[in-house]
Design a protein. Sequence first.
Length: 296
Amino acid sequence: MRQLLATVVAAMMLAACGTSGASPTPSPATAATVTPSAAPTSSPSPTAPPSSPPASVGPSGSGAFVLAGLAASVGTSGPPDPSTFATSFASETPTIYVAYQLAAGLSGTVTATWGTVGQNPIVKSFDYPASAPWAYFTLTYKDGFIPADYLETLRFEPTGASVSLPFTITGPRKAPATPTPLPSGTSAFTLLRAATGADSSKPAPDPSTYTDSFSTTASAIYIVFSLRSGLTGTVSCAMTANGSPYVQGLSLDYGTGNSWGDFQVTPSGTFPAGDYVATITYTPTGETQTVNFTVK
């Protein structure tokens, strides 16, 4: 059974660090990127969009933009074909191209803003030269886009003209590889998993709570672990979200009467969507093990 002392220590540490110790919600820019680019200047002159463009083409009245849409790929021989534009992409799509074309003779800064509702948007600008036949931004996301509804907005800064391009990422998203429970042996750890709950009154964690995927609205994330029989000492936990520090400074003392332990992390609001890595360290030897999971 887990000793009450270890539970109290863990609770004290979490009260001190679990919520307030988490860094502010990181910008998705830590995992997602957007890159601007102009088409080759040798491309053909701009052409007018078809008379009945698909929904992803900028509406009339968008001013500066005569062509705008999202595509999974673009060529280099000329302006992209509006028939290839789409509003839905699979999570595994490696790159989404935001292709656009300004009216003849226009030049100036074009800003691309994209993201999901509730997250800090990613913003990138590009100085569109008058000689450019068309241009594009590329959207990428580490380990695949997270399924959700997104909005890409293009804005021509000199006039304020803009085009909104909503799109959807469909899943399921392939979760990062997660270590299986560690076997007894040279490692200090015999178990390390992410879980939806942890009942300290039980002699062992409930395997049905193990998961590699959490919701952004989850009330808490638990990292459960156990050490080889006879091992005692301080165990610490640090966590990153999309490559940026999210939780640091959690630790508990694992005693002779402990059969397992856990770290509970609660958000100050909601968990940022993305890829997480929890690093657990057995302080007496310095051994570290990691568990990966996704929040979406």
